[in-house]
Design a protein around this ligand. Structure first.
Ligand code: URA
Length: 285
């Protein structure tokens, strides 16, 4: 059996389907709700500012309430206000951009930069080979991933493993898998722009450290976030994009493919394109 037939078989397509007229199915073409809006300014910051910013949680931790002891007038605060929010964010991004793996791991594990930290069981850093030539980027952890602390471990993950297998790849072997968000949005709702803005520096650093030959982006949300666009996924597929100089190929999310038989053959075309891009990048290396 050739690879294409093998791929279609793992996707549950026994015979080839005629592609429908409708280019993109509803779920993937849904409105561009939550694309990160924030630009990533590179600002000069001092080491002291960076340390203060990284140490400080963005989600306020409620202070213990002391019982009232007197009716004396309230004194003005002795501690001056912290850095302006824009500067704080720039400092945080600069700090993350210089982290090596252990610091990055620890920063994700202890992150309180958005409200998702309050509902998580585990952060989901990534899985795989940190020197991989292939990097896959999904949207955000679901329930299973939140429980196990690993990306793509549910039904969609099984399909993803099969898709990798049909390319001769495997999770953890020359493949690194991460998500745009490291914490699960409650009820698997779409990520909010602010959550993406806070989490994106982690993904940016992961990509910079792995330096893959090709990035395969899984699904509309991850594609629009990474490429900072509102273009529908049907238009993003089929061409090679670039993220920080690394070629990016967009394909459908495996959870979507589980529901949408007709787009499965297209996913195979996307992976073939990614393979081509990967091999080309290797030839030039
Ligand atoms: N969907 C994703 O986008 N990522 C996961 O890790 C799991 C499901």
């Amino acid at each position: 059996m050739n690879r294409r037939a093998q791929f279609l078989e793992v996707l549950g397509i026994p015979t080839e389907w005629v592609p429908r007229e409708r280019a993109d199915a509803q779920a993937e073409a849904a409105p561009e709700a939550a694309v990160a809006q924030a630009a990533m300014p590179v600002a000069e910051v001092t080491v002291a500012e960076v340390a203060a910013v990284v140490a400080e949680p963005a989600v306020p931790v409620p202070a213990p309430v002391a019982p009232p002891v007197s009716r004396a007038p309230v004194a003005p605060p002795l501690v001056p206000a912290g850095p302006e929010p824009g500067l704080a964010q720039a400092g945080r991004e600069a700090a993350i951009a210089s982290m090596e793996w252990p610091a990055l791991d620890a920063a994700v594990a202890s992150c309180t930069a958005c409200g998702l930290c309050q509902g998580r069981t585990n952060t989901v850093f990534a899985v795989g080979d940190r020197q991989a030539e292939w990097m896959l980027v999904g949207e955000a952890p679901g329930e299973n991933e939140d429980q196990q602390g690993e990306p793509f471990v549910g039904q969609a993950g099984k399909l993803l493993d099969n898709m990798l297998g049909s390319l001769g790849l495997a999770r953890g072997r020359n493949v690194f898998i991460a998500n745009v968000l490291k914490c699960r949005p409650p009820g698997n709702r779409n990520p909010e722009p602010e959550e993406v803005a806070q989490c994106e520096p982690f993904l940016r650093r992961q990509i910079a450290l792995v330096k893959p030959r090709v990035i395969v982006v899984l699904g509309r949300f991850a594609a629009q976030s990474l490429l900072r666009t509102t273009t529908p996924i049907g238009k993003l597929r089929g061409t090679v994009h670039s993220y920080e100089g690394i070629p990016v190929v967009v394909t459908y999310h495996p959870a979507y493919l589980l529901r949408t038989l007709t787009d499965k053959a297209r996913a195979w075309e996307d992976l073939c394109l990614a393979r081509e891009v990967h091999d080309r990048a290797g030839a030039g290396a």
